[in-house]
Write a protein of this length. Sequence first.
Length: 299
Amino acid sequence: MARPITSGLSYFSIDTDIFHDRRVRRLLRVHGSNGWLIYTYLLTEIYRDKGFFIAWDKNVGFDISDALDLEESIIVEVVNFCCDIGLFNQEKLNQEKILTSKSIQVRWEKISKDARRRVNSTYQINPNYSLMQEETELIPTLTKITPTLTPKTPTISTHSIVKDSIEKDSKENNTFTNVNILEKKFEKNEKNETMETNLNNSSGENKKEKVASKRKTFVSPTIDEIVDYCNERKNNINATTFWNFYESKGWLVGKTKMKDWKAAIRTWESKEKTNKSQSFSTSNCIRERRASELLGGQN
């Protein structure tokens, strides 16, 4: 008896660097181990049943909460958060009421091809559910090129014109003008002009490289880099607190992407100094008030 045809999988792989994915770290930060448990449970159900998606409704939410012994509201909250951060596709959830993502579809298609499954409608992704980029075949177009013949005109250099005029003047006036010396001076001037042009071109390229270097995208620092820079400045800033603060904000300063995290540390440093000085002055005022009250009581 032949095995029934199914699009589900008996296994799926997990990347070893999955916990370096910022989306997974955000899920763990906000929802903890319950968030990770719900997300992996959904992945197993997706690959086990349909292979690349799962239909989402209240009944599915109840089944998951019953299986994991968690509140149904927590399941719904985690699913919505996964859509917000991109672990699931928000558009397909709104339009088709399914949970899927491009990475899920790519992995399912690769495992199906590696298993050498027969290609039929069972193993093809529904176009309405697909997030795979469609490849369009490029058809070359041949255009007839008709050559255009342009008459060649002889080019006369300024060097040859100057040479001819000098020789003509020397013959007519019977002067002993040294043509060779004038030629060398003219060649020297041409070389100087060429050198100036090359210098201008090189300076223009250097400016372009500087502008390109300024437009480099911001890369968030590691905690070790923050610790090294704080030790270098001897400012006693808690590197972990600094990293957690800006990591939770997506490394934004207001609504703008941060450009220089070292400058942010220096700003943090100046704020801490201001807060310390204010607290110090407040404590001095309190001590002086208490001293005056004691002196008043003795009198």
